[in-house]
Design a protein around this ligand. Sequence first.
Ligand code: C2E
Ligand code: CA
Ligand code: CA
Ligand code: CA
Length: 279
Amino acid sequence: AKESGRGNRQFYVSSMDASALDVLQQERQLREAIAHNHFVLHYQPQICLADGTLQGLEALVRWRHPERGLVGPDEFITFSESRGLITPIGRWVMREACRQLKAWQDQGLALVPMAVNFSALEFRQRDVAAEIAAVLLETGLAPQYLEIELTESVLMHQTGQVLGTLNALKALGVGISIDDFGTGYSSLAYLKRYPIDKLKIDRSFVADTPGNSDDVAIVTAIIQMGRSLQLKTVAEGVETQAQIDLLAGLGCDLMQGFVVAMPMDGETARVWLTNHGVE
Ligand code: C2E
Ligand code: CA
Ligand code: CA
Ligand code: CA
């Protein structure tokens, strides 16, 4: 309902009705949240399918809203982009994710990379490589412990600039993953052109496996292509043992999903890492 409402709101802005006021109020609240850092990161583990070891964490942002409680990113990331507010949020996320991982590493809890999501707009508007280099210096996190997750749409635009940024990140030692793989443009040429490390198989392909044979075929094809191109594959949204069995049998490298753990707040993740993270 939220998704379909967005277009309507834009349409009504000129008439200043309730929907336009809605937009203004949400924008005001978001600016306030940015000014006071009213955001929090939750963390979801990535696990090796072959042996169950921890291989990574993904940082997922939430808005600590004064009245609505925790608000998920699907409800404010696109809106932030449309109001020019994504940059300060993205910067906070990057710094906080690096700070938290470094703190856990200092406690001997997580010698694995932290994945941070970037939207296409962020990637185009900012000098992401320089910014990341500065945050790594500031937090003391080693570059090989940071991964960035991009969607396919990033790779389809402004090839020169994107290629420059990705090569700079690569040179720095930062990992690069393609998020929601298979849901974007169908051109696969970018897998050759860009220095990519991982493909994250979108949850929509995993959800109905093993029952849906079309989805099994798609997941199989992505895993095989990943292996041929020497890219690690990560299955997203894994919820059942039957999915684990399928993915392990197909040679998928990593998984992430509720069957392992939901995204957890910092304290819950610390406890989880204490119990699972150390080999
Ligand atoms: P995503 O990067 O594809 O993240 C995975 C989403 O799937 C997360 O939703 C996660 O909570 C959810 N998920 C994980 N395991 C399962 C499962 O087993 N079953 C189901 N049904 N869902 C699962 P979340 O946290 O609401 O994030 C939604 C999207 O918001 C993310 O999709 C990502 O595109 C975006 N996002 C999150 N954090 C950030 C951020 O810091 N910056 C930017 N630009 N985007 C972000
Ligand atoms: Ca992601
Ligand atoms: Ca994803
Ligand atoms: Ca997604």
